[in-house]
Design a protein around this ligand. Structure first.
Ligand code: MLT
Length: 258
């Protein structure tokens, strides 16, 4: 395992710990609209930037999902938190699933947003490695010029998405692309996750097909599915109220079990 790093994070409120893991190549600010709606008197909202993203360090190397899950474990230890609800968007969902598998005793609940348990196809893996090489040669603009329009069709949030992606350093983009390419298929592991879980899918998602969400929610032991008609790959920005309602319901289910 590579050397551990200290993630940048902020904490809002006190109560049941809920850790929000953003997708690739974004940062913790994508959660602000949802966080504004949630009741921070019931929740300890923890907003890290994953390694290589936002204000966290961006060492060179391959950011496997297990390595990033280990960063989150270290963060929980630093904050003295025994168990937390993880909310993972897309790549943050891959990290949440890796965390669930490695550290099941530290997981209280799971929200999987616009994500999947499947591994990459060989073609997808190759295209990630090609993109990583292009970023090494030409920098982050390779991604920030092409990716935003695939994430949403909502013009009003496009600027925010473009500026967040453009801030992500090349080392972070390359490390995450290589790490995602290596991730295993966790489908057969899903039934052993027994904490309350919600799976949220944007019906218009063109990056991760909403059918994958359906598959995950059926396989998880204790989950329900929320499909959001007006959302694509960014439900937390496209439909923050619906995401906040799902997270509040999840926190209620988790507290009933404690
Ligand atoms: C993300 O939004 O985190 C990524 O697009 C996920 C992926 O490329 O598989």
């Amino acid at each position: 395992m590579e050397a551990s790093i200290s993630l940048h994070y902020s904490v809002i409120g006190s109560g049941m710990p809920m850790v929000f893991l953003h997708g690739f190549p974004l940062d913790h600010t994508i959660w602000y609209s949802v966080v504004d709606i949630l009741n921070s008197s019931d929740l300890q909202i923890i907003l890290p930037d994953l390694r290589g993203h936002g204000l966290s360090p961006a060492p060179e190397g391959v950011y496997t999902m297990d390595l990033m899950a280990n960063d989150i474990l270290n963060l929980l230890d630093e904050l003295g938190i025994q168990k937390a609800i993880l909310v993972g968007h897309s790549m943050g969902g891959y990290v949440s699933l890796a965390f669930s598998r490695r550290y099941p005793d530290r997981l209280a609940g799971l929200a999987l947003i616009a994500t999947q348990a499947l591994a990459d196809s060989p073609e997808k893996r190759q295209s990630r490695l090609d993109t990583a090489n292009a970023v090494l040669e030409r920098g982050s603009k390779v991604i920030c010029e092409t990716m935003p329009s695939k994430l949403t069709d909502k013009e009003e949030i496009m600027e925010k998405i473009v500026s967040t992606i453009c801030r992500t350093p090349p080392e972070g983009i390359v490390g995450a692309l290589k790490g995602m390419a290596e991730r295993p298929d966790l489908t057969t592991y899903l039934p052993s996750i027994d904490v309350p879980a919600v799976v949220v899918a944007g019906v218009k998602d063109t990056i991760i097909h909403p059918e994958n969400a359906q598959l995950m929610s059926r396989r998880l032991g204790n989950a329900w599915l929320v499909k959001i008609q007006q959302a694509g790959h960014m439900p937390m920005l496209e439909a923050p109220e619906q995401v906040a309602v799902s997270l509040t319901q999840l926190a209620q289910k988790v507290s009933l079990r404690m």
